[in-house]
Design a protein. Structure first.
Ligand SMILES: Nc1nc2c(c(=O)[nH]1)N[C@H]1C(S)=C(S)[C@@H](COP(=O)(O)OP(=O)(O)OC[C@H]3O[C@@H](n4cnc5c(=O)[nH]c(N)nc54)[C@H](O)[C@@H]3O)O[C@H]1N2
Ligand SMILES: Nc1nc2c(c(=O)[nH]1)N[C@H]1C(S)=C(S)[C@@H](COP(=O)(O)OP(=O)(O)OC[C@H]3O[C@@H](n4cnc5c(=O)[nH]c(N)nc54)[C@H](O)[C@@H]3O)O[C@H]1N2
Ligand code: SF4
Ligand SMILES: [Mo]
Length: 741
């Protein structure tokens, strides 16, 4: 029989096993740091210093005791024979080793093991010589979502790079268009608490692959459906979520702006809106009313691929079946007009007044509520000391351009952590051309020998979340968590903060904040003006594991007076307005958009790469270069037990498009456009409508020809937020022809 813990909410409960007094067993509370809205509470069982079990924390209100399939197999990742365990220096030329699928420990053969002292000396010396020859901005940090832990994501790393005056990185690859679109209405990116979905009667999953990317929301949706709620999925791809829905709307990619405007056309013209909420809590309704007249359902039908009557039905149901909630996810904003799409969809609950209702509203993210003290963590002011000004900013989406074209100064040294740009960046061929540059000094701090380590000069071994302590916020719920260290670091692995502390010392940097410990930084993060953090301390988090944001804070209650709606339970962020705009109202008209060359209300501009553009004649198919349900971006793609759950190397096609090209299910095909080409296996399985093809992200070296689907995606940026346009890509597909010798 398994051993029971006495209290699974304590971060480390020691349990002496009855049969063998020598084995020390403990259960440690941690939090999953992967780039996923669910930010699960995790319990790790450790026996004699070795993790033996991982499970979802049953006490966490969202996790509810279960983990997604990939993290349930996390012991395979932590104890994988393929981990990077020691600092390594390149011993062979850059690029993947010959032979397909060289992704396991063999990739290490391109390197020789060195000590931490040698590695730190080499990096410090190269950084110093780069600074003296080209200036400090010739050094580029490159990081993203490997860990969303507050310390590992942005703390000592930023302090270090600000202190040396390195280029800044605009971290826009994922969510900035959506955040900008939502903020252009609400002034903040937050929304409906996920637990309230159980009280909804009409749930729209708008570009939200809930089963794949947000699985802990699903039980609440199921509960709502048991009580009669309807689930509508708006997604060109037939996800598992779409397959279970009451109504799946396979909208044409990049046309959501037009759909939202047409829905508002119906809602406003048929008097289905909430005049009181609009009068009290919004600005610019008259201009919106005028604007939506340009988007009647009949006109929008031809863009979206929906019938006018379906648009009307959706609008009427959304406005009248109450409460109605929209779970929009980031898929919608990976289109060129993704900022405007997010803006218009975010307007819908302001028009219907659905923010007043428990189980109503809208959620893209909850991150805007945490308000941790990022200024204290990141210390941007250190740039003033090192450079006398803010360093230049390079957009991470444009890495190909940065490495091949930027010349003022050129990027001469790059330090990659929390990211695998050789897999996840658009315009893969240009990225690889840049990474191959012999004059580029590249450091990669990693857990595995990824696509990017194949181009590294020095590889440093990184801890997993089992091996370090973290403070964890979330973007899909309102609980702050402590992730405690469960086991000692494997081999010579070090956490991000530990490496940057050591590098700062090695470079002789002396600002005191470069020596802060992890606990000190956690305390600094919690020292914030945000009233919702009141009463939340490191000690409490260590003892309780997770704590809900303090929406009932006395400060807010005093501000509101005794008349106010109870804030804590249920949390209704915008029931009384309280938008974070200068007027406190939702901005249906936003003058600032005009300065960005956009319509201050809203307008639909089809993406350059879409069926509505002239270019579509040469490359007529719209590609969705999607994520895999069982990987996390490029993470987990190399773990055999996780690979076994996923199908890779596929190009999903509609039977109409396939038969037009003489392609049958299982045929080898070539997908190509002006940026590149890739060989894949056709899958004609009904997941995509005519005119759309889809493929899944994977490590390049696990795909034949050492390339992945990002050979076809572009560096073009979105209308707001300068994000990536992974879902505005045109391609052509043909039966594979072997090249003649
Ligand atoms: N299993 C798993 N979970 C993940 C991730 C993962 O890779 N795997 N990634 C994590 C990360 S980094 C993020 S940002 C989140 C993202 O989570 P989501 O926002 O759900 O991200 P996507 O999968 O990019 O897009 C969601 C859906 O949008 C659809 N879509 C594409 N274009 C359009 C369009 O023009 N209109 C509409 N209506 N739909 C469109 C796609 O087909 C997709 O099914 O998930 C996180 N969770
Ligand atoms: N075609 C296509 N491309 C995409 C997307 C898509 O949908 N389609 N999605 C985009 C999106 S939404 C995102 S968010 C990006 C994600 O891009 P990335 O943030 O680069 O995400 P991952 O591919 O998960 O790679 C993260 C790496 O960080 C490492 N890592 C994990 N923890 C740590 C740590 O504590 N320290 C260090 N030093 N390393 C660590 C992991 O081993 C992993 O290799 O990809 C984007 N690229
Ligand atoms: S990846 Fe997401 S669903 Fe899976 S354990 Fe982590 S937070 Fe939970
Ligand atoms: Mo993302």
């Amino acid at each position: 029989m398994g051993l029971r813990t006495t209290c699974d909410r304590r971060h480390a409960t020691l349990v002496a096993p009855p049969y063998n007094q020598n084995i020390v067993k403990k259960v440690v509370h941690a939090a999953c740091p992967h780039d996923c809205p669910d930010a699960c509470g995790v319990l790790i069982t450790v026996e004699d210093g070795r993790a033996t079990k991982i499970q979802g924390d049953p006490a966490h209100p969202l996790t509810r005791g279960f983990l997604c399939a990939k993290v349930a197999k996390y012991l395979d990742r932590v104890y994988s024979p393929d981990r990077v365990l020691y600092p390594m220096r390149r011993a062979q030329s850059k690029g993947p080793l010959a032979g397909e699928g060289v992704h396991r420990s063999e990739a290490a053969h391109a390197f020789e093991r060195i000590s931490w002292d040698e590695a730190l000396d080499e990096i410090a010396a190269r950084f110093k010589s780069t600074i003296s020859e080209f200036g400090s901005e010739a050094i580029l940090p490159y990081s993203y979502g490997g860990t969303l832990g507050k310390l590992g994501y942005a703390s000592m790393d930023r302090r270090f790079f600000h202190s040396i005056g390195a280029s800044q990185l605009a971290r826009t690859i994922c969510s900035e268009a959506g955040a900008a679109g939502v903020k252009s209405v609400y002034g903040v990116n937050m929304g409906t608490e996920p637990e309230q979905f159980r009280q909804s009667k009409y749930i729209i999953a708008w570009a939200a692959n809930i089963h794949g990317n947000n699985v802990h929301l699903w039980p609440f949706i199921e509960e709502a459906r048991r009580n009669g709620a309807k689930l509508i999925v708006i997604d060109p791809y037939r996800t598992r979520t779409a397959a279970c829905a009451d109504w799946h709307i396979p909208i044409n990619p990049g046309t959501d702006v037009a759909l939202a405007l047409a829905m508002m056309h119906v809602i406003i013209n048929e008097n289905l809106y909430d005049p009181d909420y609009i009068a009290l809590h919004t600005e610019g309704f008259d201009k919106l009313r005028a604007k939506v007249q340009e988007y009647p359902p009949e006109k929008v039908a031809k863009w979206t691929g929906m019938s006018a009557s379906d648009i009307q039905k959706l609008a009427r149901e959304y406005a009248t079946v109450r409460p109605a909630v929209i779970r929009m996810n980031y898929g919608v904003q990976r289109s060129q007009n993704g900022g405007m799409a997010s803006r218009t969809i975010a307007m819908l609950p302001c028009i219907t007044g659905s923010w007043k209702e428990v189980g109503g509203g809208f959620q893209l993210s909850t991150s805007g509520a945490f308000g941790l003290n990022n200024i204290a963590l990141e210390r941007a002011s250190l740039m003033e000391k090192s450079l006398g000004r803010a360093a230049r900013t390079i957009n991470m989406v444009e890495l190909g351009k940065a490495l091949n074209e930027v010349n003022d100064p050129p990027v001469k040294a790059m330090y990659v952590y929390n990211s695998n740009p050789a897999a996840v960046c658009p315009n893969h061929n240009d990225v690889i051309r840049g990474l191959m540059r012999p004059d580029l000094f590249t450091v990669v701090h990693e857990q595995f020998f990824t696509d990017t380590t194949d181009y590294a000069d020095v590889v440093l071994p990184a801890t997993t979340f089992f091996e370090h302590k973290e403070l964890q916020s979330a973007y899909g719920h309102y609980y702050l968590q402590m992730s405690n260290q469960a086991i000692e670091p494997l081999g010579e692995c070090r956490s991000n903060t530990a490496v940057f502390r050591a590098l700062a010392a090695r470079m002789g940097l002396n600002d005191e904040c470069l020596r802060d410990s992890d606990d000190e930084m956690i305390d600094q993060a919690l020292e914030s003006e945000n009233p919702w953090l009141k009463g939340i301390t490191r000690e409490r988090l260590e003892n309780e594991g997770h704590i809900r944001l303090n929406f009932d804070s006395p400060i807010l209650r005093a501000k509101r007076g005794s008349e106010g709606r109870p804030l804590n339970d249920p949390f209704l962020p915008f029931a009384n307005g309280d938008f974070r705009t200068s007027s406190g109202k939702a901005l249906l008209y936003n003058e600032a958009l005009r300065e960005q060359g956009l319509d201050p209300v809203a307008s639909f501009v089809p993406p350059d790469e879409s069926r509505h553009a002239a270019k579509s004649k040469k490359f007529p198919l719209e590609l969705l270069a999607r994520k895999a349900d069982n990987f996390l971006n490029s993470t987990f793609t190399n773990i055999p037990s996780v690979q076994a759950m996923e199908q890779t190397g596929l190009l999903e096609m509609n039977s109409a498009d396939a038969s037009k090209r003489g392609i049958r299910d299982g045929d080898e095909v070539r997908a190509f456009n002006q940026r590149g080409e890739i060989g894949l296996t056709a899958k004609v399985n009904g997941t995509v409508p005519p005119g759309v093809v889809a493929a899944r992200l994977n490590w390049a070296k696990l795909t034949p020809g050492n390339r992945n689907i990002n050979v076809l995606t572009s560096e073009k940026l979105t209308d707001m937020g300068n994000s990536a346009t992974f879902y505005s890509v045109l391609v052509e597909v043909e039966l594979f022809q072997p090249t003649r010798q």
